[in-house]
Design a protein. Structure first.
Length: 367
C-alpha cells in the first residue's frame, strides 16, 4: 500500500548503550514471545508492558496509569514503541510516541482486523473500543500485518456467508498509514524434522479455553475426521480440562487430548506426528501450522487467511468441510516426501532473518 506518510526515525545514542524499544501487548501469545526473544537477540533492551483487557474500571485505569509511567520513564531513550495487537493498550503508546518524537508500530495478529458474527473482533461492535482502534490505526506511523488478508480482506471468508468480515482497509478505506505484510519468522534450527519414521498421527494444537475458541479453531471438524479414520491416531493439544467438562466430545479410542504444553514437549509431538490439521474458521498466519511443517508434518487446512499461503503445494486444502472424504483419501495416500517439502517451504517463505532485518530498519540499528 503506497502512502505519502514516512516513518520517523531516531539516531543511535552516542553512549553506545543497548538500544531501547518499548513493547506493549495485551496477551502473552507465542507471537509476542518470539518477537521479544528476537529483539533481545538483536541486542535491544526490551521494556515490556503487559496490559490485558480488564472489564473492572479500576483495573482498566491502573493499566493506563502504568503504561503512561513506564513509557515516560523509558521513552527518552527509546527508539520506538511497538504495540502487539490494536486495542486499548495501544492508545497511550501511540500518543506518547508522537510527544517523544519516536516511531510507533502496530502489529496486527487477526482479532484486530475483523468482525466475526458481530461479537468477535475489533470491528464487531460500534463502541468506544472500535473508536479507539480506528484512531490508533490512523495515528500510528506504521502497521504490520502477519498476512496480507488482514490488510485487504480474505476473499473466501468475506464471500462465504459465514458472517465474517475482514481486512483493515474494508473497515477504514480512507486509511493513510502504511500497512506492510510482515509474516512472523520461524527458527528452523529448533523446529527440526526427525530422521525416524513418524507415527500415523494427525495433530492439532491451540490454546482452547472456551467454547467459542473450540469452534473457531475447527475442533468439531477435527473430531469428525477422527471418527471417519479409526485406524489413525488423532491428538488435540491445548484443550483445558475445565472446557472438557463443558463441551461434548465423544469418547474415541483413537482420540487423545492434552492440556497446553511447553515448546520442548510440543517439539516432540510435532516430530512424532505425520499430519497437522488447521481447521480454523478465522486466523492470521498460524504459528503452530508453520512450526509443525518445519518438523515435517504434512499440513491440512482450510483455504482461509494465511493458511493456504503457508501450505502451498506441500499439503491439502479442505474445499468443502461438509465432505471430509477427500481429506480421508489424502491422508491415506499422501506421499511421505511431502513432509520434507513442507519444511523447505516454511524455511524459504518465513525465515526469522527477514523479520529481524525489518526490526533493524525500524530501530535504525547497524546491519
Amino acid at each position: 500500500m503506497s502512502s505519502s506518510r514516512t516513518l520517523q526515525t531516531v539516531s543511535a545514542p552516542k553512549s553506545g548503550r543497548s538500544p531501547t524499544v518499548i513493547v506493549v501487548f495485551s496477551t502473552k501469545s507465542s507471537f509476542v514471545e518470539k518477537d521479544l526473544a528476537l529483539l533481545r537477540g538483536m541486542g535491544c533492551q526490551v521494556v515490556t508492558i503487559f496490559s490485558p483487557p480488564r472489564k473492572n474500571l479500576l483495573s482498566f485505569a491502573l493499566n493506563r496509569v502504568r503504561e503512561f509511567a513506564i513509557i515516560l520513564f523509558h521513552g527518552l531513550n527509546a527508539r520506538a514503541t511497538i504495540s502487539w495487537f490494536n486495542d486499548y493498550h495501544a492508545l497511550l503508546p501511540i500518543i506518547l510516541s508522537k510527544v517523544l518524537k519516536i516511531p510507533s508500530l502496530i502489529i496486527v495478529g487477526g482479532y484486530d482486523a475483523m468482525n466475526y458474527k458481530n461479537y468477535h473482533g475489533l470491528f464487531s461492535r460500534k463502541n468506544i473500543r472500535q473508536v479507539i482502534g480506528r484512531f490508533n490505526y490512523k495515528a500510528a506511523d506504521l502497521i504490520w500485518v502477519v498476512h496480507k488478508s488482514l490488510r485487504d480482506g480474505c476473499p473466501v471468508t468475506n464471500q462465504s456467508g459465514n458472517n465474517i468480515e475482514s481486512g483493515i482497509l474494508l473497515f477504514i478505506p480512507e486509511l493513510k498509514t502504511p500497512i506492510k505484510e510482515m509474516p512472523t519468522g520461524y527458527d528452523a534450527t529448533f523446529w527440526t524434522r526427525p530422521a525416524r519414521k513418524k507415527s500415523p498421527t494427525v495433530l492439532t494444537v491451540g490454546i482452547i479455553r472456551n467454547e467459542e475458541v473450540f469452534r473457531r479453531k475447527g475442533i468439531p471438524l477435527f473430531i469428525e475426521l477422527a471418527q471417519l479414520m479409526p485406524d489413525y491416531n488423532f491428538k488435540i493439544i491445548g484443550l483445558s480440562s475445565k472446557l472438557r467438562e463443558i463441551v461434548s466430545i465423544p469418547r474415541l479410542d483413537n482420540l487423545s487430548i492434552r492440556e497446553p504444553v511447553g515448546q520442548d514437549v510440543l517439539l516432540d509431538e510435532y516430530q512424532d506426528s505425520s499430519f497437522y490439521f488447521q481447521g480454523s474458521i478465522i486466523e492470521g498466519l498460524p504459528n503452530v501450522l508453520c512450526e509443525a511443517m518445519l518438523c515435517g508434518c504434512i499440513p491440512i487446512g482450510r483455504p482461509i487467511f494465511g493458511i493456504p499461503d503457508a501450505i502451498g503445494n506441500a499439503g491439502h486444502l479442505i474445499k468443502n468441510p461438509k465432505n471430509l472424504e477427500p481429506v480421508v483419501s489424502f491422508i491415506r495416500n499422501a506421499n511421505p516426501d511431502l513432509g520434507h517439502r513442507a519444511r523447505e517451504r516454511i524455511i524459504r517463505k518465513y525465515p526469522s532473518e527477514h523479520r529481524m532485518s525489518k526490526f533493524s530498519s525500524l530501530l535504525k540499528l547497524q546491519q
